[in-house]
Design a protein around this ligand. Structure first.
Ligand SMILES: [Fe+2]
Length: 508
C-alpha cells in the first residue's frame, strides 16, 4: 500500500516537473486527474498548444471527455480509466540493444567493387567458421583437393556459384572458396540428396562430404548448411511477456483503425475478464516489425489508396497511436519497405525527422532491420522480411501462407541475405549485417501480412500479421492475410498465444 503511494506520488511529481519544464502552471486537482492517465504528456502538450499556460482540472476534464476527435485522419483513441494494476509496471525493464548488429548510424558503404568483395569475404569467413566447428567434419581448402587421390573420400566448404542439370540428369554444383573452385555432382538416383538440394540457392555456403572422381570433380555423399545447433529452449526467469505486431500501414485507406484502437484499449487493460487483465499486466515489451506507415510512392498508383497523402502526417498519426501504449512497456520499432528509410537491406532506423513527436518517449526505440535485442536474457532477432520474397520465387516448396517455414530457411543458412542480385536490393556494407551471428531464442518478422509460428532448434519463429485490410494486390495474388492479431509471447513458459481483434477466432 505504502509502495503504491510512493509510486503515485512520483507520477504526480513527474507531471509537475513536465509542466514546469514547459513554463506553465497546473492546479493540484488536474495533477491528480492526469496521474491516472498513461498519456499525460500528450494531454499536457495539447492543452498548452491551445494557447493556455494554466492547466486546470476543468480543462483536463474536457479533454478526457472528448470522444472521436480527429487528429489528422486517425481518430483519437481515448483510453478509459480502469483500476488496472499491471505487474509489469512495477518491474524494471531488462533489455539490451545489440547495436553492433544494426546498421543504423554505421553505414559505411561507398558502393565500389572493394565493398562487394569485403561483404562476400565476411560472409564466407563467418559461415565457413561455423561449418568447421561441426563434429566429424574436417574440411580442406578447395585448392588442396588436387592432392586427394581419385576414389577417396574428402570434405570441403564452398559457396554455390552456379548449379545446373547435366545432360545425364544429375545435378551439378560449382562451389568456390577464396582461392579455387570445383564441381560437385548429386547423382540423379540419390533421392535423399536431391530432395535436400531443392533447398540449395546460389551464394549458399555449404559443407560437403564427397568422393573424388576426377580433377576438380566430386560426387556428393552429404551436404549441409551452417545451421543452428540443436539447443534446449531457454526460458526467462521473470513472468513477463512480449507482444508482437507488424505492418500497421498507417495512412492507407485500408488501415484497420478501429481494430487497432481496440488493441490499444486492450493493452491498457480494458477488458472485463480478470484473468485476461492479469495476463495483459505482464506485457513488458512490444515489438513492431516494420511497415509502420503506408508511405508515399512505394508502388505505382498508391496515391489513390492513401487516406493520408503526406508521409510526415502518416508518422504523426503513428506517433499519436504509440503515445497511447502504456509507458512501462518498452516498444521496439523496426522499418519495412513502406517506411521512410532506404528500401535496400540492411535498413537503418526510421530517421529522427519523422519521429519528432515521440522525442520525449524514452520507452519507444527505433531500430534498424535486421536488429537484435536481448530481452530478459533471451536473444531476439527482428527482421521485417523483404529478402524472403526472393526465397519464395527461388524454390517451389514454400507458401506465402506459411512464412514461418521460409524464416526457418534463413536460420538454417545463418544468413538473411540469400542470393545477391535478385529483386531485393542489398547495400554492400563492409561488414555483413545480414548474417545471423548469434543463436537467437526468438526470430520476429512481418511483411507477409500473415501470422505464422514454429520452433526451430531452440528458436521460436514468430511472424506477425498486419493491421491492414486485404489489398487489391493481395486479391490478385490470391493471398489471404491474417489481420488484427496481436501475438503474446510468455517469456517464462515460451507459450505463444494470439489475441484476435478482427472478428471471429479468439476475439471477445
Ligand atoms: Fe506490409
Amino acid at each position: 500500500m505504502k509502495e503504491n503511494l510512493v509510486l503515485e506520488n512520483s507520477k504526480e511529481r513527474e507531471i509537475i516537473n513536465y509542466v514546469s519544464e514547459k513554463n506553465a502552471l497546473i492546479d493540484s486537482k488536474a495533477v491528480e486527474q492526469l496521474a491516472a492517465e498513461e498519456s499525460f504528456r500528450e494531454i499536457i502538450d495539447e492543452l498548452l498548444q491551445e494557447n493556455s499556460f494554466l492547466i486546470t482540472s476543468e480543462k483536463v476534464n474536457t479533454k478526457l471527455l472528448k470522444k472521436d476527435t480527429k487528429i489528422g485522419r486517425v481518430k483519437e483513441v481515448i483510453i478509459k480509466s480502469t483500476r488496472f494494476k499491471a505487474a509489469a509496471k512495477e518491474q524494471e525493464p531488462n533489455y539490451k540493444i545489440l547495436h553492433e548488429y544494426d546498421v543504423t548510424d554505421q553505414s559505411s558503404c561507398e558502393g565500389n567493387v572493394k565493398d562487394f568483395m569485403m561483404l562476400f569475404r565476411d560472409k564466407f569467413e563467418f559461415l565457413s567458421e561455423i561449418l568447421k566447428k561441426r563434429p566429424q567434419f574436417s574440411p580442406k581448402q578447395i585448392s588442396k583437393l588436387s592432392r586427394v587421390s581419385k576414389n577417396s573420400d574428402t570434405e570441403f566448404v564452398g559457396m554455390v556459384y552456379r548449379k545446373w542439370q547435366t545432360k545425364n540428369d544429375h545435378l551439378a554444383i560449382e562451389l568456390e572458396d577464396n582461392e579455387a573452385s570445383c564441381i560437385v555432382l548429386i547423382l540423379k538416383d540419390d533421392f535423399k540428396l536431391n530432395k535436400l538440394a531443392e533447398h540449395l540457392l546460389l551464394d549458399d555456403v555449404i559443407g560437403v562430404k564427397a568422393r573424388k572422381i576426377g580433377d576438380e570433380l566430386f560426387i556428393a555423399k552429404e551436404i549441409f548448411w551452417p545451421d543452428l545447433p540443436q539447443r534446449p529452449i531457454k526460458r526467462a526467469e521473470r513472468n513477463l511477456s512480449i507482444v508482437g505486431i507488424s505492418d500497421l500501414h498507417v495512412g492507407s485507406k485500408l488501415f484497420l483503425e478501429k481494430e487497432f484502437s481496440n488493441f490499444i484499449e486492450w493493452i491498457n487493460g480494458n477488458t472485463d475478464s480478470e484473468k485476461e487483465k492479469e495476463r495483459i499486466g505482464r506485457i513488458k515489451y512490444l515489438l513492431i516489425c516494420g511497415d509502420n506507415v503506408d508511405g508515399v510512392g512505394v508502388y505505382p498508383d498508391q496515391f489513390d489508396e492513401l487516406a493520408i497523402k503526406d508521409v510526415f502526417e502518416q508518422y504523426d498519426n503513428l506517433a499519436e497511436l504509440m503515445k497511447k501504449i502504456p509507458e512501462y512497456i518498452e516498444v521496439f520499432i523496426i522499418p519495412g519497405q513502406h517506411d521512410a528509410t532506404r528500401r535496400a537491406d540492411p535498413q537503418p532506423a526510421i530517421p529522427k525527422e519523422f519521429r519528432k513527436n515521440l522525442a520525449g518517449y524514452g520507452n519507444i526505440h527505433f531500430l534498424g532491420s535486421p536488429t537484435w535485442v536481448t530481452i530478459e536474457g533471451l536473444k531476439c532477432m527482428l527482421y521485417h522480411g523483404a529478402s524472403l520474397h526472393d526465397l519464395y520465387t527461388s524454390v517451389n516448396f514454400l507458401k506465402a501462407s506459411e512464412p514461418q517455414k521460409a524464416m526457418a530457411e534463413l536460420l538454417k543458412r545463418r544468413d538473411i541475405m540469400i542470393t545477391y542480385g535478385l529483386r531485393q536490393p542489398y547495400v554492400p556494407e563492409k561488414k555483413d549485417y545480414m548474417l545471423i551471428r548469434e543463436e537467437p531464442d526468438f526470430y520476429f518478422g512481418g511483411d507477409m501480412h500473415h501470422n505464422g509460428y514454429d520452433q526451430y532448434r531452440g528458436c521460436s519463429i514468430i511472424n506477425c500479421g498486419t493491421w491492414q485490410e486485404r489489398t487489391e494486390f493481395q486479391i490478385q495474388l490470391g493471398h489471404i492475410p491474417t489481420p488484427g492479431i496481436a501475438v503474446e509471447v510468455d517469456l517464462n513458459t515460451r507459450e505463444i498465444r494470439e489475441k484476435q481483434f478482427y472478428g471471429g477466432r479468439n476475439s471477445k
